[in-house]
Design a protein around this ligand. Sequence first.
Ligand code: AMP
Length: 504
Amino acid sequence: MSENLYEVLQAHFPQDLNSPCLLLPGGGVVSYRMLESESARYASLLVSLGVKPGDRVAAQVRKSPSALFLYLGCLRAGGVYLPLNDAYQTRELQYFLGDATPAVFVCRPQVRAAMEKSAPEAGGPHILDLDDQGGGTLADAAAKQPDSFETVPRQGDHLAALLYTSGTTGRSKGAMLSHHNLAANAQTLHRYWGFRPGDTLLHMLPIYHVHGLFVAVHCILLNGGPMFFEPRFDAKRALELLPRSTVFMGVPTYYVRLLAESGFTRETCANMRLFVSGSAPLLDETFELFRTRSGHTILERYGMTEGGMFTSNPYDGERRAGTVGFPLPGLSARVVDDQGRPAAPGEAGHIQVKGENVFRGYWQMPEKTQEEFTDDGFFKTGDLGKWDDDRYLCIVGRSKDLIITGGLNVYPKEIEEIIDSMPGVVESAVIGTPHADFGEAVTAVVVRLENEDGSDLTEARVIQAVKDTLANFKVPKRVHFVHELPRNSMGKVQKNVLRQQYSS
Ligand code: AMP
């Protein structure tokens, strides 16, 4: 039997295919019937361009219904979808295209000429364009295709998607995700988060990333329900749509921005059932403020490109601030020390995971793949974490962000928590910078409140606050004040940027 992810999702489409799937900003609606016929056209087009099962289809486009049809069409044609962040520049694109050798590359019209110029004479991808409104040569060609298509059968372990990791150190790697990886995670989340008839998702995330493309889209398609499909996050627009939605998924920055809106109240959220946060740590303060203002407790979960979601706070039961909850059903997670021995509760160590959704390895990097898996099949996430006394998992940071000063390990999170709790501090990031004696020096980068509350916050006071609570080797040698921390589009603080900036 075919295990094509599209067919897994399709089995849950509503009986009445005229039911809405995408609710668009101008009031337009894409029904499930249209989702079927449009994805059929895109699948036919890809096949007519020579895409064979297993061929990659790369896309660097803005979020639009057509971009979603392209993804689903690619699944139906048996292709491997490769979505790319639209921030990537020509040089970066050349690397991805050279590495993944897609049969088709869909880009925005503005970059088409440059890409055509740099594509190899022969054997390069077909290049088509899709503009931000969903028009262009891709949509024109798809419109001429038949509106039905027999989905190409795929086995569970066949590849469905290739997602490049954000690659903050070294070259970005292509994570290979199979039809079964994606289907298993989608079904687990759909159940675990209690999706039910009548749910409407407010979708404001980008769709080149696991969060927006897989977690959000798959959950709602498995529910056969509608989603507001917005081009981007906009807090004011969210205030208009939340009263008509039941589920929202966002990165922590979205929650901070919602709280900055005076119009964001309990009434705004009266119809809401669930707020999910992830992709970056949610500050305890945001968690608490959100609870007070909205009456809702944000559900924080943890995962990554290499397998979707790994852990989640419970849907029923206590959602605990500063934690990412429990391993999802079907997933084993463990925290181990440098020698691979299980860490005791409260002791920080490396997070490793194993389960149906964990990816199949890095594209054309068998050695790297082998390095990242243990002998007993656990994937080394590169994240550091610890269990609390009730076995909630807490993320302590990335192992690459661990600071080693004078041979001693320092977990940035421990220091950040102390600085963040000082009056006048908005947030902080603690990094290691090169130091002649210690190897690395603990360095804090702090965002102060803009008004007077933050004015007496000095380097000396920050240093003193840490000194009062933690061992001397953890005390920052320097404190820098900034207006904001550099973040990527998924809300993650870019510590590599800070390290570079403060290394001299
Ligand atoms: P990405 O592959 O871009 O989705 O990034 C995955 C990384 O984001 C993980 O390895 C974590 O370091 C981080 N991450 C995801 N969710 C959370 C969370 N809830 N709290 C802290 N870090 C998170």
